[in-house]
Design a protein around this ligand. Structure first.
Ligand SMILES: *[C@@H]1O[C@H](CO)[C@@H](O)[C@H](O)[C@H]1NC(C)=O
Ligand SMILES: *[C@@H]1O[C@H](CO)[C@@H](O)[C@H](O)[C@H]1NC(C)=O
Length: 182
């Protein structure tokens, strides 16, 4: 994505976060209702529901716990994509694709680190830092995707992994935004 399309990609998220001043979710609330209410504040609700519910701990935890789980899910997804990139590297002899995959491998390694940092920031309630780290991780996925689009026909080498990862990160930002306002 170039800068302009990144702007339009992030614009709805920004508007969304601005137009939805976080409603206070009761601090002790847990369970499926909390998951549903939380996901209602995200842009990708069904992904939010299905991903959070894939971790049974999300039924027993509060909003902060959900934020931690959401970050861990995004981190696991980035780790999984890193492994996929390594596998794909050996299946192609196309130097363009190999270059892209090499770059993407670094992008996703950075994303995994940044999400690790965001968990530490969340633990110390440094919500602005969480925002910064998670946004940086999203940008890594954009950069990876951008590499492939430089030559036509290669956009889908990683399938929709970059998109889904960005959506997981977007959901994290919406959840931590709720937490920051709670
Ligand atoms: C890719 O190939 C290299 C060299 O042939 C090998 O060392 C490496 O283990 C392979 N990686 C995977 C993920 O198969
Ligand atoms: C990450 O997301 C991709 C879809 O983009 C999915 O195929 C993969 O299973 C996910 N991996 C993990 C560990 O969440």
């Amino acid at each position: 994505m170039d800068t302009l399309s990144r702007f339009f990609f992030l614009l709805p998220l920004t508007l969304f976060l601005t137009l939805n001043p976080s409603q206070v979710l009761s601090a002790n609330e847990t369970g499926i209702d909390l998951i549903r209410k939380t996901c209602d504040h995200t842009l990708y609700k069904s992904l939010c529901m299905s991903s959070l519910q894939s971790d049974p701990n999300s039924l027993k935890t509060d909003l902060k716990g959900l934020a931690t789980i959401a970050i861990n899910l995004a981190k696991a997804n980035a780790t999984d994509t890193s492994e996929q990139i390594n596998k794909l590297f050996n299946t192609t002899t196309d130097p363009f694709i190999q270059d892209c995959l090499t770059d993407c491998s670094e992008n996703y390694a950075d994303a995994v680190d940044q999400l690790g940092n965001s968990i530490a920031a969340l633990d110390s309630k440094a919500y602005n830092d969480v925002n910064t780290w998670v946004t940086a991780a999203m940008t890594d996925a954009d950069t990876c995707e951008e590499g492939f689009t430089a030559e036509p026909g290669h956009k889908l080498v990683l399938g929709d992994r970059n998109t889904v990862f960005s959506q997981l990160c977007s959901n994290v930002l919406a959840i931590t935004n709720l937490l920051a306002g709670a």
